[in-house]
Design a protein. Structure first.
Ligand SMILES: O=C(O)[C@H](O)[C@H](O)COP(=O)(O)O
Ligand SMILES: [Mg+2]
Length: 294
């Protein structure tokens, strides 16, 4: 069935919303772009809560921790609890500690920002990272394989550098070092434009090593496992709301959720949604999230 555009169709929208008890909201490109809340996003979420819907926030953005995202949401006038928030820094830390069960004498070399540090710390994982300075002549001697590095974890890092990539590459030359990515988004939507995403930060490492990372953000179901580690819900009564077909909508479909809703305020376009032969398509889509308000 081809995706239905429900902007301007309040009855059909109300019937669609009625089918679900819980909505999983992507953030960048759905609720906000960078530091700017998208039109009437807070009002729309308040409206869904007034209908008795449960809301979860599920973001691939690893720059902040769940606690930090709670402050971002609250500052945007969106009250929520930390247990309603899931970010790829959290799903990655949970995977390393509880699934991979990284040995205590091993550490993580991380390329990322504060959210990654905070979530690794919260899971009791030893980690280290590099400053964003230039590579120095002595580094060519000192950088090399290190048996104590069990994992290289790469997420979006807006201070990425040749030095950071050079160090990570030395560690990844040991095939026993696990290569993980918080997510593989190619681009990051902000200020109405697209900028390099987490997937474009880790791509050089894949190019150098010939091995792709295991990604722990959407569409990986590692993110769903992290969510269900906190709360169980009826997937058939759940709807994923996102702006990217290859992450959010695929995550909802492959997670067996009851429905998927795309919005056109982020990365994916109406042309991509309607493309003949598209393999990942939402059930319905809107120009903007606030179209739900009618
Ligand atoms: O590059 C990235 O990490 C992503 O573009 C970004 O942060 C995605 O966040 P989301 O849309 O999942 O909230
Ligand atoms: Mg998004």
């Amino acid at each position: 069935m081809s995706p239905r555009k429900l902007t301007g169709k309040p009855e059909e929208l109300a019937a669609f919303v009625d089918k679900f008890d819980i909505f999983l909201f992507d953030c960048d490109g759905v609720l906000w772009q960078g530091g700017t809340l998208l039109p009437r996003a807070a009002e729309t979420l308040a409206h869904l809560r007034s209908l008795g819907k449960k809301l979860l926030f599920v973001t691939n953005n690893s720059t902040k921790s769940r606690t930090a995202y709670q402050k971002v949401l609250q500052d945007f006038g969106i009250p929520c609890s930390v247990d309603e928030i899931f970010c790829s820094s959290y799903s990655s830390a949970v995977y390393i500690s509880r699934v991979l069960q990284l040995q205590r004498d091993k550490k993580v070399y991380m390329i990322g920002e504060s959210g990654m540090k905070e979530e690794l710390e919260a899971e009791g994982i030893s980690y280290f990272s590099d400053g964003s300075g230039d590579i120095m002549p002595e580094d060519y001697d000192t950088f090399g394989p290190d048996e104590s590095v069990g994992v290289v974890l790469c997420g979006i890092d807006r201070t990425i550098s040749y030095r950071k990539l050079a160090r990570a590459y030395q560690y990844l030359r040991n095939p026993g070092t696990v290569f993980l990515a918080t997510n593989m988004d190619s681009t990051y939507p902000t200020n109405g434009k697209l900028f390099p995403g987490a997937g474009s930060v880790s791509a050089p490492l894949t190019y150098m090593t010939g091995r792709p990372p295991l990604s722990l953000g959407k569409p990986s179901q590692a993110m769903m496992d992290a969510i269900e580690g906190v709360l169980k819900f009826d997937r058939k009564r759940a709807c994923m709301v996102g702006d990217r077909l290859d992450t959010d909508i695929r995550f909802g479909i492959e997670g067996g959720l009851g429905g998927t809703l795309a919005v056109l305020t982020g990365v994916s376009t109406e042309e991509e949604i309607l493309k003949e032969g598209a393999t990942v398509v939402p059930d319905v889509y809107l120009d903007r999230l606030c179209d739900i308000l009618g």
